[in-house]
Structures are given as structure tokens and as C-alpha cells.
Design a protein around this ligand. Structure first.
Ligand SMILES: [Zn+2]
Length: 306
């Protein structure tokens, strides 16, 4: 995350780890006993399976925070033209977006652009056809079609907010935080509340500051700095963002503090990795003998290329 934050100029998309059938991570997950029933797992399409050493609750919050980073830390620019095109029989509503690249000044003329309600509600990430830099082009809600579209997007965001609130309540109920760590539950709730408020409008500098302040209180100074900077890009006169950034970048904090992007909110144990408890699991745990033995395959390959 620290590398990503220090190389923002490349505008690399950031997402949580995903596990796909047949991938090395998937094979390890089966071996570790994290995927017990492979058919059921495929039916559920559980690509966000937690294969890390982080407990499930922390992994879930971390995943949400990664999504929020992707959707709210923007390299934005305003389009010259943003217009709805004639309704397409198959593709539906599409847009013509003309924008000048802030880096090389090339005039990009994108046609037939489809917007995704939840992802592109405020900005869409497009690549300059000349210098290949990526920018988040503001989506203008001037036309009726765009307004309707925006309304749908907003409802989708509210839906996910409700879902997150329900999940937190469920975790409270199950006391997954541990009885002695209720303050952590409160801290997690505050962070998530600010995160979702920001998702509601990533162009509002005040919401970036509120989220960054909350992150700073938990010790996630690296992520806080990203949001103070984003607030200042949106509104260079935002004093609270300036003060927050000065404090986070000041002498009171070390580089180690500033390299912290996520903190733990739960003392629960990480998922059990059976392979770490038993040297061979394939036969013993009945995972299935037909399953590819990745270590044998790799060893054979090394001999062949030897
Ligand atoms: Zn360019």
C-alpha cells in the first residue's frame, strides 16, 4: 500500500486480493483447507475468500477501505464535452466524452462510453490515447438521462451502506470483537461511517477530511495523509485539510507511523491454515487425490528445464 501511495502518478487500480479457480492462490487455499467443498465454493463465486493471516473481520474492513481508496482517491479532470448519445438498442444509454489530457494536452474524444451506476457516478477513469496516462474524468449530470442514472447510482450506494450496517450489527451480536475490546468496535464503526459518507460524494473535500481525521485517531496515518491531500486537490483553501496534513507530516510522527495504512479492530484468530498444522493434507483430509499437486508439478518442471 505504501508503494502504491508513493506511486500514485501511475494511477494503478487498487483492489483486494481475489481468488480464482485454478490459480496458485486457489490451489493453496484448497490445500490449506480454506476451501472444503470446491463445487459449493464455485457456486458461491467467493473470490474474496480470506486466505491471509488477517482475521475475517479485519479483512472485511480492510477490503472496504481498499474499495473506498480506489473510488475516492482520484486524479480528476473536467471534460470539455459530456453528452448523452442516441439510445442504443443493445448497449442502452451511452455518452460522448471529450477531455483534454492535463499531462500532454491531447484532445481525447471517447464515444459510446457506458457508465456503471455504482463505479462512475462522480468520475470515470479513462486513459489518454496519446500519453496513456489515466485520469478520472468528472461525469456531468446535465442531461435528464444522466440525472436518472445518477439517482440509480445513489440508491445502490445507500443499499450497500445498509448492508454494511447490518453486518456490523451482526458482528456486535456475535461479540466477534471480544468483550474487552468494545472501544475497537466503536472505532471501526466510526471509520466505516466516515468511509461510506465519503463514498456518497468523493468530490466533497469535507468528507475526505472527516474520514482522514478518523483514520488518524486509529493510527492509520498513511491513509489519512492520502485523504488530506485529496481534500486539498479538490479545495486548496480547505484549512482543516491543511492542518491535518501538517500534523500528519510533522515531526511528532515517524516515517514508520506514516507507513501505516490499516489497523486491526479485532483480536479474533486468523483463518486456520491446515497445511501449517499438517505437512501433508491431500489424503489425510480428503481434499481429493485428483487435485493437482502444485509442488510436484513445479519440481518436475525444474528437472525438465534443469
Ligand atoms: Zn496525455
Amino acid at each position: 500500500m505504501d508503494w502504491w501511495a508513493k506511486n500514485q502518478r501511475y494511477m494503478i487500480n487498487v483492489d483486494r486480493l481475489q481468488v480464482y479457480p485454478g490459480s496458485p492462490d486457489y490451489i493453496e487455499a484448497v490445500r490449506d483447507g480454506l476451501i472444503e467443498d470446491r463445487i459449493k465454493w464455485i457456486d458461491r463465486q467467493d473470490v474474496h475468500l480470506n486466505i491471509s493471516k488477517v482475521n475475517d473481520f479485519d479483512a472485511e474492513i480492510l477490503g472496504i477501505q481498499v474499495d473506498v481508496t480506489q473510488k475516492t482517491i482520484l486524479n480528476e479532470t473536467t471534460p470539455v464535452r459530456f453528452a448523452a448519445e442516441a439510445l442504443h438498442s443493445v448497449r442502452g444509454r451511452t455518452f460522448n466524452i471529450v477531455w483534454d489530457c492535463p499531462r500532454c494536452q491531447h484532445v481525447n474524444d471517447y464515444r459510446g462510453v457506458r457508465l456503471s451506476p455504482t463505479l462512475d457516478q462522480y468520475a470515470i477513469r479513462l486513459t489518454c490515447r496519446e500519453c496513456l496516462s489515466r485520469f478520472d474524468v468528472r461525469t456531468v449530470m446535465a442531461t435528464t438521462a444522466a440525472s436518472r442514472f445518477t439517482y440509480r447510482g445513489l440508491m445502490a450506494t445507500r443499499g450497500s451502506l445498509l448492508l454494511a450496517a447490518k453486518r456490523i450489527l451482526k458482528l456486535y451480536g456475535a461479540l466477534r470483537f471480544g468483550r474487552r475490546n468494545l472501544w475497537k468496535a466503536v472505532a471501526a464503526t466510526k471509520v466505516l461511517a466516515r468511509a461510506y459518507a465519503l463514498l456518497g460524494n468523493p468530490l466533497d473535500s469535507g468528507r475526505h477530511v472527516a474520514y482522514a481525521d478518523e483514520l488518524g485517531r486509529t493510527g492509520a496515518f498513511g491513509l489519512a495523509i492520502l485523504h488530506y491531500k485529496q481534500a486539498l486537490r479538490l479545495d486548496p483553501t480547505n484549512q482543516r485539510a491543511r492542518q491535518g496534513l501538517n500534523a500528519a507530516e510533522g515531526d511528532q510522527l515517524s516515517d514508520q507511523n506514516r507507513a501505516k495504512y490499516f489497523v486491526s479492530f479485532s483480536d479474533a484468530s486468523p483463518p486456520r491454515h491446515l497445511i501449517r498444522e499438517h505437512p501433508v493434507i491431500t489424503e489425510q483430509w480428503g481434499v481429493g487425490q485428483d487435485f493437482p499437486d502444485i509442488h510436484a508439478i513445479e519440481s518436475d518442471r525444474r528437472t525438465e528445464t534443469g
